[in-house]
Write a protein that binds this ligand. Sequence first.
Ligand code: 8YV
Length: 324
Amino acid sequence: MPSRPRILLTRRWSEDVERYLAGHFDVTTNEHDTPMSAAQLAAAMREHDALCPTVTDAITAEVLRTPGARVKLIGNFGVGFNHIDVAAACELGIRVSNTPDVLTESTAELAILLLLMATRRAGEGERELRAGRWSGWRPTHLMGQSLAGKTLGLIGFGRIGQATAHKAHAAFSMNILYHSRHRVDAAIEKPCAARYCESVDELIATSDAISLHCPGGPQTHHLIDARRLALVKPGAVLVNTARGTVVDEQALAKALAGGRIQAAGLDVYEREPMVHPELLALENVVLLPHLGSATHETRSAMGMRVARNLEAFFAGRELIDPVA
Ligand code: 8YV
């Protein structure tokens, strides 16, 4: 019987998926479930046919160029792949796949959760109550803002941006404005009456809520910086479920502290799992620990999506979700 491909899961995955993979591959799991060091990743490059990393693994050119590496596929567990040096992988003839589609709904749900939490001051309220500081109902207590009829500006309008727009439009009658590299088909815009905005600055200056859905990486690094934060409409909120590097956290902390921005809801950070200490000290920011895709359904589906890519690759077929 031919030997089964050796694959490494850099973190623990849902039990059902680990069981499935063990039936089809020679699987190494990371029993400690802690981020792997560059040296551990390099050793894994020599011992496996495929590596299945997550956002916590830096798959750098150096790791990919490990002398004696046998890995031929990086099957990323996640849709975002800015932690992988895709150009180096291409150069070395190492294929890369990701897991689109299956996390669209859960990530859009989380964007809506942050939008509601930020506008309705839910984090502040819960902290007050748990600390025993709630003195009872009064007409002016922790007043927030309604979403109905307000404008949601989305930066990045791929699957997750679109799903967020549909939910915001259908559930809260929000007006939808979006910016992306290209305008999408009218058929995609129509159901949520989305309007294309050519300039990021204009979108920021005219939205009541801004939600980020663009990829991470050098092109979007600090796209939201001090200059752009100064353009935000008074009373507006910012939500980030994309990548932490899209926002200059120091500048955001300053804008929130000065009341330049009403509130923010963040699920991702520049240096995860580190969160900027100034953000931690603020009341008007909701801070979640990168939970975008964290539902049982989605995490299983993500794992199975990686499995399908591994199966296709090792059967000599084209990848289902090729990144490179
Ligand atoms: C994932 C994400 O959980 O898929 C992505 O891009 O941001 C998250 O929802 C994480 O990246 C897994 O690697």
